[in-house]
Design a protein. Structure first.
Length: 336
């Protein structure tokens, strides 16, 4: 995808910003409004919002009809990010302090709660509210289940009774895919479906864009894992998953299959350490990067990408379906 194409799609996605800002800053408490708007004003590519709009266009609808539904999907995504940063004690996102870092955990929790409450009003004011509400609620349930699994993949760092009793010590790659399917791909799938329904699309369009979104979402999360370990340009802390004791990362899981037992045990011991030092982080990354795990995971992401694009072949070739294919290309080629 060219820089101009990506810029055009990002600008499309940001058409939801006025809708979102207006909705979340309509609270009576004026002193609360800066905290509510902060997360949206520090950046974001609005990729999921753009996907809703492009899916609407690819189904024969008008982009204008998908703005409220696109705002719904973007709100779900950002609601989950604010909650994720609370759970993971995240300090940096998009290269800026997170909501919890800027305003504290208590206010951050209230911000997330208001985001969740705003969603229903957006759905109520948009088209085909019943079907879109059903898809949105189901996606949120899946995201919560995926977050629970992600926490269970952590090897240390929390003493919550449930997690102590249900920690997953030896996850398979298949279980990892189930986790990211719920945590990430479910919302991409919902974006495709909601976009198609916004246009009044037929079952063929809904099915094609649902499958496109699902596979694009898997590719997206696998690449997110690659960038977490291997890139320094993400706007997040490098090696954040290692610092957070996460075994639920495609690159880490792939690397330990290559490493000799001694090195594998070293990584697992680091992940199980109560507090991971910078020297431990550096050692874990060195061990991982000496394996072909990065290139293997990039290949897996590319396969999901090609599968995603294949589902677009049943739709009429238009500027919107072409842009969806370009957007999915960016998912795998990105370095941020």
């Amino acid at each position: 995808m060219s820089g101009s194409s990506l810029g055009r799609i990002i600008r499309m996605g940001r058409k939801v910003d006025p809708i979102i800002i207006d909705a979340i800053t309509s609270v009576r408490a004026e002193d609360f409004r800066p905290a509510l708007a902060y997360h949206f004003k520090v950046g974001g590519k609005r990729m999921r919002a753009a996907m809703v709009m492009l899916s609407c266009g690819a189904s024969g609808g008008r982009i204008e009809d998908s703005l409220k539904p696109a705002a719904v999907v973007e709100m779900i995504h950002n609601y989950s990010l604010v909650m994720d940063d609370i759970i993971d004690r995240g300090d940096v996102r998009r290269g800026k302090p997170t909501v919890r870092s800027r305003f504290g955990n208590s206010i951050s929790l209230l911000v997330a709660m208001l985001y969740r409450e705003v969603l229903d009003g957006m759905i109520q004011e948009g088209p085909r509210k019943n079907v879109i509400r059903r898809i949105a609620v189901e996606a949120m349930k899946e995201i919560i289940e995926g977050e629970k699994l992600d926490l269970q993949f952590e090897q240390a760092g929390r003493d919550d009774p449930f997690l102590v009793d249900h920690r997953i010590r030896s996850p398979s790659f298949g279980l990892y895919l189930k986790m990211i399917g719920k945590k990430t791909a479910a919302l991409f799938r919902a974006a495709g479906e909601i976009g198609a329904h916004s246009a009044g699309g037929n079952a063929l369009a809904v099915g094609a864009l649902s499958s496109f979104g699902w596979n694009a979402g898997l590719a997206f999360q696998i690449m997110d894992d690659v960038l977490d370990i291997c890139s320094s340009q993400t706007g997040k802390q490098q090696g954040k998953d290692i610092i957070e004791h996460k075994l639920g990362n495609a690159v880490i899981l792939t690397a330990i299959e290559y490493l000799p037992l001694r090195d594998k045990d070293q990584i697992l011991r680091i992940l199980a350490s109560p507090d991971i030092s910078l020297s431990q982080l550096s050692l874990a990354r060195r061990l991982i990067l000496k394996t072909p795990a990065e290139s293997d995971c990039r290949e897996v992401a590319k396969k999901y990408l090609e599968t995603a694009k294949g589902h677009l072949s049943g739709l009429k070739r238009t500027q919107h379906s072409i842009a969806l294919a370009e957007l999915s290309d960016e998912i795998v080629s990105r370095n941020f």
